[in-house]
Design a binder for this molecule. Structure first.
Ligand code: ADP
Ligand code: MG
Length: 584
């Protein structure tokens, strides 16, 4: 073994840099924080190559004078705290004085800054921790930092970076959460085709709607004091019309700092469970203001988590506050036509296929809400008093649908059935998903999944994320009834698949997407595999449509797809009559 020796400073620098600088997104996070700490109210962010090639942030904050500039890139040089006790009254996002040092150690940095008292700015140039120059430059007050060639001198770390798409997603996450946290600040963000311009002075709710592209009318804002904790909470929450398959539209901000907080996240998602179908998640932003002495921001290397005194009580307060807000103001689930689709529909009338003409029977521009069928189990969880439980209506709905007759199909997506006093619209895709799901679930439970052997394997390529997921989920995929093997570096070959699945490739991709599930959880596996089972767009013949209806009625829960969406909606005669301004 070699003799014990001190590592040269250059090596120390690179090892230590790992703490805060893992990937381009961590650099972006630190430089945005610095601009906000400098009191800027306008930030212009530009990324190239998902942040690998360049990250540039321009702000109109306080700037740094020439004297301080010399010190900026030393480790632990900061203007924000002087003693450990200062952390008790911390009002800035940064405090360790490590970020610029660590960033400069693994990239090339141009740091330009001008304070208002000075007539010119200064540009500091550092590469791989080595200072290359300091010279005057003309610029407006504030700071422009440009970070280039990220990890040029640390090939191992560079190799660990993921695809551009996933590095980009991480950068976007950083930007979105900070832009929500700092809703009063103007931001401009551009990275390839992704561009955002957010004005200053936007309200919290407007900022959330704007950034996440959510409809304002389904977002509620409410605020409250939590006197026992001297805290203040403001929430923006989507009603049950905003359901997502993942938790990505959920933000928690503690005193201006976007954080991950399991207690609050858990409590709020729990509250949403009573409003949303299983495996659907709500959209929300929770903004807490807590006195600095009640928070410890020094528990996480990249400051993504903070410790909050009285966290559990605060979390349960937030959750019940959210629930109360939504129950008093939340709308019943609305079914209405997307204006874009309405436009497409009116444009496509020239085609005049026999069934498409039937669309005039449905009030297209109706903004009226239609009561969906909700399974009795899901329904009993709904808290809104104005949606009455339909447990006793449920069996009569089965009967009404059973006795209905097929009228035709609409847009090759919906099947229309006429009953005595109602029109049923069946989403053929959702209905087929339900049927396939129940079949596959039963077969998996019985351990007899009939498989389809393929003469020629079905080969398809995987994305880097899917490739990684493949390694950990092979067993789960086989448990559903697939046999598949890795074909080349990033493609797989499917040799057989469960007979009931029409699109095995989609099923495999669905099993590879999102979080892994245990291969013993048969129901969850079947649910995921049945995504996309019958494509919308397949035109069904009368016999096929009737058969689909019969199989659907044979299901345990015919009126929701495995992911909680309705499979059938009913338009009763009265609501149609009302559209024609008939009184009776
Ligand atoms: P910290 O933010 O923990 O203090 P950093 O390494 O991120 O550590 O930054 C070091 C110092 O550089 C900051 O304390 C601040 O004084 C100065 N600084 C960095 N970026 C800016 C900026 N955009 N505007 C003004 N000052 C800045
Ligand atoms: Mg900082």
């Amino acid at each position: 073994m070699a003799k014990v020796h001190l590592l040269p400073p250059d090596v120390v620098r690179r090892i230590a840099a790992g703490e805060v600088v893992e990937r381009p997104a961590s650099i972006l996070k630190e430089v945005i924080e610095n601009s906000i700490d400098a009191g800027a109210d306008s930030l212009v962010i530009d990324l190239e190559g998902a942040g690998r090639r360049s990250i540039r942030v321009q702000d109109n904050g306080s700037g740094v004078d020439r004297e301080d500039m010399e010190q900026l890139f030393y480790r632990h040089s900061t203007s924000k705290i002087s003693s450990f006790e200062d952390l008790e009254s911390l009002s800035t996002l940064g405090f360790r004085g490590e970020a610029l040092y660590s960033i400069a150690a693994v990239s090339e940095v141009f740091f330009r800054s001008r304070v208002s008292e000075s007539s010119e700015g200064w540009e500091l140039h550092i590469r791989g921790g080595e200072r290359l120059g300091l010279k005057p430059c003309a610029m407006a007050k504030g700071t422009v930092i440009e970070v280039k060639q990220v990890f040029f001198n640390t090939p191992a770390r560079k190799k660990f970076l993921k695809s551009d798409a996933s590095e980009m997603r991480a950068c976007l996450d950083v930007f979105l959460s900070q832009a929500i946290a700092s809703f009063g600040i103007a931001f401009s963000f551009s990275a390839g085709r992704t561009v955002y311009t957010l004005p200053s002075g936007e309200g919290f709710r407007e900022r959330v709607a704007h950034l996440l592209n959510l409809p304002l009318e389904h977002l509620f804002e409410a605020e409250a004091e939590i006197p026992e904790h001297r805290a203040f909470v403001r929430i923006v929450a989507g009603d049950q019309n905003l359901q997502r398959p993942r938790r990505e539209n959920q933000f928690i901000v503690v005193s201006g700092r976007p954080v991950i907080n399991k207690a609050i996240s858990f409590a709020v998602n729990r509250a949403y469970e009573s409003l949303l179908p299983a495996q659907r998640y709500g959209c929300f932003a929770v903004f807490l203001d807590i006195p600095p002495e009640e928070i410890d921001a020094n528990i996480h290397p990249s400051k993504q988590e903070v410790k909050i005194a009285g966290e559990r009580e605060i979390a349960s307060f937030v959750a019940s506050f959210l629930l109360a807000t939504l129950s008093s103001r939340g709308a019943a689930k609305q079914y209405r036509l997307d204006p874009k689709i309405a436009r497409e529909l009116s444009e496509s009338t020239e085609k005049k296929r026999p069934f498409e003409r039937k669309k005039s029977a449905i009030p297209m521009k109706s903004r009226e809400s239609v009561t969906p069928y909700v399974s009795p189990t899901a329904q009993s969880k709904v808290l809104f008093p104005h949606i009455s439980p339909v447990r006793d209506r449920f069996s009569s709905l089965r009967e009404a649908l059973a006795s209905s007759s097929f009228l035709g199909s609409f847009r090759a997506k919906y099947l229309l059935f006429e009953a005595t006093a109602a029109l049923f619209i069946m989403d053929q895709h959702a209905a087929h998903e339900r049927i396939t799901f129940e079949t596959l679930k039963r077969q998996m439970k019985e351990g007899t999944v009939p498989v389809q052997q393929l003469l020629m394997p079905l080969v398809f390529s995987l994305s880097p994320q899917e490739r990684v997921a493949w390694e950990e989920r092979k067993q789960a995929i086989e448990a559903v009834g697939f046999s598949a093997s890795l074909w080349e570096q990033d493609s797989i070959a499917v040799h057989s698949h469960p007979q009931s699945l029409l699109f095995p490739e989609y099923a495999v991709r669905a099993l590879l997407a999102e979080e892994p599930i245990s291969y013993t959880d048969k129901e969850a596996l079947a649910r995921r595999a049945c995504r996309q089972s019958l494509m919308a767009g397949t035109v069904l013949l009368r016999e096929e449509a009737e058969a689909l209806k019969t199989s659907l009625l044979d299901c345990e829960e015919p009126f929701t797809c495995p992911h909680g969406r309705p499979t059938v909606i009913e338009l009763d005669e009265q609501s149609i009559a009302r559209q024609f301004l008939r009184s009776g």
